[in-house]
Structure formats: C-alpha cells, structure tokens
Design a protein around this ligand. Structure first.
Ligand code: AMP
Ligand code: MG
Length: 335
C-alpha cells in the first residue's frame, strides 16, 4: 500500500469516488448513477441518492484497489459547475475527510478535470477539447495559461437533447446509448442511407451551437410517421456534425493539431469516427479516452487534485464553497 489522493465527483446524476496513487497512477473509479424511472434529474433527489450510497461506494473503491484511509494524503472534490445540492454532498464529504485526517482539501473544476484525464490517458499535449456531456457542450483549448471556451451551446447540452428526445418515446435516462443503437440498426439495414428527406435544423452560429430546435424537429418527424431508427440516425448525423464543425474551426483558429473528446456523449462510436475523419483530413489526430473516463468519474477529480496539489495549490475551508456556475476559464493552469 502507498499514499493516494481521493477524488469525489458529484456534479449531477453521478456520485463517484476515484483515486490516484502518489506517483500519479490513475485507478478506475467506483461509480453510482441515479436513473429516474420517469422525468429528468431532480437536483434534490440526486443529492439524496448521493448521500444514501456514499459510504458503501467509498468502501468499494478502497476494497477494489486495496487502499487505506490511513494512507490518504489529500482529498479533491468537484467544486463546480453543476447542480448546487449535488455539489454540496461531495464538498461535505471532502471537508469531513480533510478535517478528520488532517490532510489538504482541493476543490477542482469539473470541466478542467475532463481535459486533464483525457490528456494523461491519451498522452496528448495541447489539444482542442470537444466536451460533450449531459449539461455541457463546449469547445475548449489552452491559451495564455487558462482553458478558454471558444464555442459552446447556446441552449441545452447535447446529452440533455439526446436524453429528452429518447424520453419522449419511453426510453429512460440515459438516452444517448439507446439512440446510438437505433441509429446503428438503421445504418445496417440501409448501408447507403442518405439524409435526403431526413433533414433536421442545423444550428451552428459562428463558434456556438444550439440543440433545442433540432430536438423539437426530430420529435415532430417521428410523429409524422418517419421510423424511429431513421430519425435517430439523422439526429446523430446533424448534431454531431455541428460539434465537429465547431471543433475543426477551433483547431484552425488556435493552430492546434490534436483533438480530444470528453464527456459522456464521447462514448458514442459514430462521434468518435467523425472526429477521426476530420482530424485526419487536417493532418492532425483525434483522441478519445477509455469510456470509463469519458463519463463523470472520481478518478478525473483525483487526477486534477493531484496535479494542483503537486503544483502547490490547496483550498482553505473559507474558499471551499461550491460554485454551480464555475466557468472553465476561471481556473488558472499552473502545470
Ligand atoms: P455526462 O454528463 O458527461 O456524465 O454524460 C452523460 C450523457 O452522456 C447523457 O446525456 C448520456 O445520454 C450521454 N451518453 C452516454 N453514452 C452515450 C452514447 N453512447 N452516445 C451518445 N450519448 C451518450
Ligand atoms: Mg461531465
């Protein structure tokens, strides 16, 4: 056994504990996600879920990797952005562990954690990140010591859009993987599929995107009698093309050759393939971390905590309040 840093993720639907050993080795996280049988994620209910499963989940992480609390060296948690009640559960556990074991507390930026776990897992250096998750859709890159948001959704996150569309037709959260399966079924039956007759709104405004209009139009298309599989395929093609277009423009603008995917929607194979094609056409490279590090996970929080701690930053109790609206570019990057 050796020293380790704990990471606590609790920004939304998922509570997760992950760890990084003192030499920087990332250890897979213990993850528990609330899956409401109907409706979206209610912040209060998600926070109650997190509180209920926390003790057992932390035990399972320590058992999985043979970790002992006596060797815990620092505790990191998601300080934002996210849902206030959910963030508070993670921050509360972090403060308690920090006080009980007299170890440093490190509040980290959830979006920056997606970038850093991707950078280390994929061994890429200076990427443009296409961050596609439930609540967020952003194109981010490092400029002047901060991760800057070059483009983002003007309304809802792409994952929320997929989840809401799926929910309209009886598929509970998470809807993204269901849509991916239906889209694949359509393509297998129609290898020469064309978007003709399946056009949906394509909302790219400069470097920004919008997804609520495409969802409304896709729902209407199913109601008009177009098969669900076909609409799922078209929905993916349109929504992903918008993200890839903005990512490509960001790479050109910032003069970067690496693309990195992050967030739960980055589990999608079609999106991964589209990014690979785009990067190749520009003589660049597209990277996607293992799926367990695309979804929200405690390991990425531990890893960013470990980086910040190694570069000398910790969070005092007075500065430890959660910040639901924390922006990606609010965090200085010291490494
Ligand atoms: P996150 O907010 O980063 O934890 O990611 C959750 C989101 O990822 C949800 O909106 C899911 O529907 C979405 N998601 C997960 N797997 C896939 C997939 N294979 N294809 C598309 N979306 C996905
Ligand atoms: Mg996330």
């Amino acid at each position: 056994m050796s020293g380790w840093v704990l990471g606590i993720e609790s920004t939304a639907h998922t509570l997760s504990f992950g760890a990084v050993r003192s030499d920087g080795t990332a250890l897979p996280a213990a993850i528990d996600t609330i899956r409401p049988t109907e409706g979206g994620i209610h912040p209060r209910e998600a926070a109650d879920h997190h509180r209920d499963v926390a003790a057992t989940l932390l035990d399972s992480l320590m058992e999985m990797h043979d970790l002992a609390l006596t060797e815990l060296q620092a505790v990191a948690y998601s300080q934002g952005p996210g849902m206030g009640p959910c963030l508070q559960v993670g921050a509360g556990i972090a403060r308690a562990l920090s006080a009980a074991h007299e170890i440093p507390l490190i509040g980290v930026n959830h979006c920056v954690a997606h970038i850093e776990i991707g950078r280390s897992e994929c061994d890429c250096d200076d990427p443009v990140l296409l961050y596609v998750s439930g609540g967020n859709t952003q194109v981010i890159t490092r400029l002047d010591g901060r991760y800057r948001v070059l483009g983002e959704t003007l309304d809802i996150g792409i994952g929320n859009m997929l989840d809401k569309f799926a929910r309209k037709f009886g598929h509970p959260f998470p809807g993204g993987p269901v849509i991916e399966r239906h889209a694949r079924t359509y393509l297998e039956a129609n290898p020469d599929a064309s978007l003709e007759g399946l056009e949906l709104p394509y909302a790219v405004r400069g470097m920004d995107m919008a997804f609520s209009g495409i969802m409304t139009a896709a729902v209407a298309m199913v109601h008009r009698g177009v098969p669900f599989d076909a609409v799922c395929w078209s929905l993916q093609e349109h929504a992903f093309a918008a993200c890839v277009e903005v990512a490509e423009r960001a790479m050109a603008h910032a003069g970067k050759s690496e693309l990195l995917l992050g967030g739960g929607v980055a589990c999608n194979q079609r999106l991964r393939d589209m990014c690979t094609i785009m990067a190749k056409e520009r003589d660049g490279e597209s990277h996607a971390p293992p799926r367990m590090y695309c979804i929200d996970n405690g390991t990425m929080i531990a890893q960013l905590g470990w980086l910040e701690w190694s570069s000398g930053r910790t969070t005092s109790l007075a500065e430890s309040a959660v910040n639901p609206g924390l922006r990606t570019d609010a965090t200085p990057i010291a490494w």
